[in-house]
Design a protein around this ligand. Structure first.
Ligand code: NAD
Length: 471
C-alpha cells in the first residue's frame, strides 16, 4: 500500500504542476486536461474535437484501447483514491466496478452505419458526433462514470468536459490527466477529455449554459437532472432510482438470499441500480431472511430499526414523496453505521436487515447505504403493486426472484424500468454475471436507458436516388 500511496501523491503533484496558474494562457500550455477555469477547459476540448475529427476510425480504436489499458493499470490506485476522498463504498468492490466499465463499455463497434436499398437507390445512415459534451458526474461512482462516459463518448467521435462532483474532485482530476496521457500516447489530441480542478454547482451551471457545449450528459440526483433539463440543451439525464426487489413463493430462496446480499451489499449500495428494498411473499419471508443472514446480513430488532431510521433518514420518503438520506451514512460499511446505534458488528457484515411495515420510510427513501428494509406481503400481486409505488415512477431498475413466468412477465411490464433483473443480483443488469454491456449512466428520465457510444451520436442520412443498389 506504501507504493500505491506514493504513486497517488506523485500523480497528483504532476497534475498540479502541469496546470497553469493563468487561465488565459491555459489553453495553449495545458495538455493535462485539468483546468482551473471552465471556459478554458471547454475551449481546449473544442480545439481537440476539431483535431479528432480528422483522425481515422482505426485511430479512434487505438485511443480507446489505450484508455482501457491506462485505466486498468491505474485501477487500484484510483479505487483507493475514490474511497479515501469520498469516504464511500468498499475498496475491493470499487476495483471490480471499475473493471466492469473498463472491459464492458462498448467502443467504436457500437456505432455501425445502416444502409437501406430498394428500387429507388441507396440510403446510408451514419452515427455522427455531437461535438463537445458537457458531462456532470456523481460522488457515488466517480471513477467508473468518467471511464465509461469517456470510452462511449470518444468512440462516438466527441470530446468531453467533465464537471465532477466536488467531493470527488481530486480523484476525478487525477483520472482525467491519466486518460489524457493515454489519448496523447495513442496519437490523439490533448484535452479531448477535460475537467476543472475545483468543480462547484456554479461551474456545473456554467457548463450547462456554455455556447460550445453541444449536449449535456448528467448523472446524479433529481436536482441536477431537473436543472439540466431546464437548460434548453439536449440532455441525456441519468437520475435517481429506488430499485425494489420482489421475492415470491416460487423463487429459489437459497439463491435469492445470496443474490440480494451480493447485489445490495456491493460497494455498500451506492450504485443506483442496487436493491434498495425487498418485498417478500409472507410464506417464504422467514426462509429468505435466514438465507440472507447466512450470506452476511445482520438482522436488527425493532428497537434497533427505530434508532437506525432516526440516524440514516434525513427526510422520510413516503407514497408520492422521495425523501432523502443522511449523507453522513451514504456508502458507509454496515459496522460503521451500526456502531452509531451502539451495536458492534464485524467488518465483513454486508447488510443491515430491517423487517418493517410497507409504509416505513426506509422503503420509500433512496438511501444508497447497506440498510435493507424487508416488507412481508400476502401474495405476489400485492408485492408487485407495492414495488411500483415505492419506485416513485423513476422507471430506473427493478429486480424479481421468481420461477413463475407469468408473474415475471407481469412485473417486467408494470415496472416499465430501464433495467429489470430476473433471478440474479442487481449488478447482473450491468453485465457483471449477466449478459450485455456495462454503463454507469442509466438515463431513465430522458428515455435513453443504459447509455453507450451510439447514445452519444446524432444520426445523419444520405440518400442517393436511383443508383448504387448492387443487385
Ligand atoms: P448529486 O445529485 O448530489 O450530484 C451529482 C452531480 O450533480 C454532481 O457533480 C453535483 O455537483 C451536481 N449537482 C447537484 N445538484 C446540482 C444542481 N442543482 N445544479 C447543478 N449541478 C448540480 O448526486 P450524488 O449524491 O453524487 O449521486 C447519487 C445520486 O445520483 C443518487 O440519486 C443516484 O441514484 C444517482 N445516480 C444515478 C445514476 C444513473 O445512472 N441513473 C448513476 C449514479 C448515480
Amino acid at each position: 500500500m506504501d507504493n500505491l500511496e506514493q504513486n497517488i501523491r506523485q500523480l497528483v503533484e504532476e497534475m498540479v504542476k502541469n496546470m497553469s496558474q493563468n487561465p488565459a494562457a491555459e489553453t495553449e500550455k495545458n495538455t493535462s486536461g485539468v483546468f482551473s477555469n471552465l471556459n478554458s477547459a471547454v475551449i481546449a476540448a473544442d480545439q481537440a474535437f476539431h483535431e479528432f475529427k480528422n483522425l481515422s476510425l482505426e485511430s479512434r480504436k487505438l485511443i480507446i484501447e489505450n484508455i482501457r489499458k491506462a485505466s486498468l493499470e491505474n485501477n487500484e490506485m484510483l479505487a483507493k483514491m475514490a474511497h479515501d476522498e469520498t469516504g464511500m463504498g468498499r475498496f475491493v468492490d470499487k476495483i471490480f466496478k471499475n473493471e466492469l466499465g473498463i472491459f464492458k463499455t462498448p467502443g467504436v463497434e457500437d456505432i455501425q452505419p445502416e444502409a437501406y436499398s430498394d428500387d429507388s437507390g441507396l440510403t446510408l445512415v451514419e452515427k455522427a458526433p455531437y461535438g463537445v459534451i458537457g458531462s456532470i458526474t456523481p460522488s457515488t461512482n466517480p471513477v467508473v462514470t468518467i471511464i465509461s462516459n469517456t470510452i462511449g463518448m470518444i468512440a462516438a467521435g466527441n470530446a468531453v468536459v467533465f464537471n465532477p462532483h466536488p467531493s470527488a474532485k481530486k480523484t476525478s482530476a487525477c483520472l482525467v490527466s491519466i486518460l489524457n496521457k493515454a489519448i496523447i500516447e495513442a496519437g490523439g489530441p490533448a484535452n479531448l477529455v477535460a475537467c476543472i480542478d475545483n468543480p462547484t454547482i456554479e461551474s456545473a451551471k456554467e457548463l450547462m449554459a456554455h455556447k460550445k457545449i453541444a449536449i449535456l450528459v448528467v448523472t446524479g440526483g433529481p436536482a441536477v437532472v431537473k436543472t439540466a433539463m431546464n437548460s434548453g440543451k439536449v440532455v441525456i439525464g441519468a437520475g435517481p432510482g429506488n430499485p425494489p426487489c420482489v421475492v415470491d413463493e416460487t423463487a429459489d430462496i437459497e439463491k435469492a438470499g445470496k443474490h440480494i446480499v451480493d447485489g445490495a451489499g456491493f460497494d455498500n449500495n451506492v450504485i443506483c441500480i442496487c436493491e434498495k428494498e425487498v418485498i417478500c411473499v409472507a410464506s417464504v419471508a422467514d426462509r429468505l431472511k435466514e438465507e440472507m443472514k447466512k450470506n452476511g446480513a445482520y438482522e436488527l430488532n425493532s428497537e434497533q430499526i427505530k434508532k437506525i431510521t432516526d440516524l440514516v433518514i434525513a427526510d422520510p420518503g413516503g407514497p408520492g414523496k422521495e425523501g432523502a438520506p443522511n449523507k453522513k451514512y451514504v456508502g458507509k460499511n454496515p459496522n460503521f453505521i451500526a456502531k452509531d446505534i451502539g451495536l458492534n458488528l464485524p467488518e465483513d457484515c454486508r447488510l443491515l436487515l430491517c423487517e418493517v411495515s410497507r409504509d416505513h420510510p426506509l422503503v420509500w427513501t433512496e438511501q444508497l447505504m447497506p440498510v435493507m428494509p424487508l416488507v412481508r406481503v400476502n401474495n405476489v400481486d400485492e408485492a408487485i403493486e407495492l414495488a411500483v409505488a415505492c419506485e416513485h415512477g423513476f422507471r430506473h431498475t427493478a429486480i424479481m426472484h421468481s420461477l413463475n413466468i407469468a408473474k415475471l412477465s407481469k412485473m417486467a411490464k408494470v415496472m416499465d424500468c430501464s433495467i429489470f433483473i430476473k433471478n440474479g443480483p442487481s449488478y447482473a443488469g450491468l453485465g457483471k454475471g449477466g449478459a450485455g454491456f456495462a454503463s454507469f449512466t442509466i438515463a431513465s428520465p430522458t428515455g435513453d436507458g443504459v447509455t453507450r457510444a451510439r447514445t452519444f451520436t446524432r444520426e445523419r442520412r444520405c440518400t442517393l436516388v436511383d443508383y448504387f443498389r448492387i443487385i
